[in-house]
Write a protein that binds this ligand. Structure first.
Ligand SMILES: C[S@@+](CC[C@H](N)C(=O)[O-])C[C@H]1O[C@@H](n2cnc3c(N)ncnc32)[C@H](O)[C@@H]1O
Length: 210
């Protein structure tokens, strides 16, 4: 194992998780839904607090691992989370209920985020997580930019497309979408980006004023 691999593995094993997160992660894997990794979950928890986020939106609820992480240290935050698959959302509801998250802090919406997000209030969210189908990434990202307030942040886990983004030979749709997003964000004067190798890559950015 290389030094970088050892560093990565250490960082992945470092964060502690609540019993609710451990249960949600297990359920997620049983259902074949890929949750954010432990280190990415820890970043989501910290980002919500750092951003002072009260209104959080998530595209791709899955079974609730990322949602629980976003709310973990932010008792005043509310989560609007959108999920295409009824079964995933049903399981996520159980996960949030078992974790004791009050229903008033949650707005769980079943539907295609490409249609739902454009109907949400513009510039109304402090933090938006984009974690749905990577092939639709650019569309989700454009929609996320519309609903995040200036000074707010967008987080995109999985942006290395299972390690394929750095491989120039990889040309599949999801990989190209991730590369296109990384290039777009790097070139925009209206965005302050940060790329972390945690999990399968995390792009975090601040939408600047104006
Ligand atoms: C990688 S999983 C999300 C995992 C979750 N964020 C977590 O860490 O627990 C992606 C989820 O996005 C959902 N999804 C895919 N396309 C979607 C769309 N267009 N709108 C809403 N959800 C979508 C999938 O059904 C799946 O549950």
């Amino acid at each position: 194992m290389s030094k970088l691999e050892r560093n990565w593995q250490y960082a992945e094993q470092y964060p502690g998780e609540t019993d609710a997160l451990v249960r949600a992660r297990r359920l997620s894997l049983e259902l074949g839904v890929e949750p954010v990794s432990r280190s990415v979950a820890a970043q989501l928890s910290a980002f919500t607090v750092l951003a002072g986020a009260k209104a959080v939106c998530e595209i791709g609820t899955g079974v609730g691992v990322s949602g629980l992480s976003l709310l973990r240290y932010a008792p005043e935050a509310t989560l609007t989370s959108i999920e295409l698959e009824a079964e995933h959302l049903r399981e996520a509801k159980g996960v949030f209920a078992q974790a004791g998250i009050p229903a008033a802090r949650l707005r769980l919406i079943e539907g295609d985020a490409r249609h739902v997000v454009p109907r949400l209030n513009l510039a109304a969210y402090d933090l938006v997580l984009v974690d749905a189908d990577p092939a639709q990434l650019l569309e989700h990202f454009e929609n996320a930019l519309g609903i995040v307030r200036p000074g707010g942040c967008i987080i995109v886990p999985g942006v290395f497309a299972h390690g394929r983004v750095p491989d120039p030979a990889a040309r599949d749709e999801a990989t190209i979408a991730c590369r296109d997003l990384l290039a777009l964000v790097a070139e925009s004067p209206a965005i302050a980006p940060m790329l972390s190798p945690a999990g399968d890559g995390v792009l975090a950015l601040v939408r600047l004023d104006g």
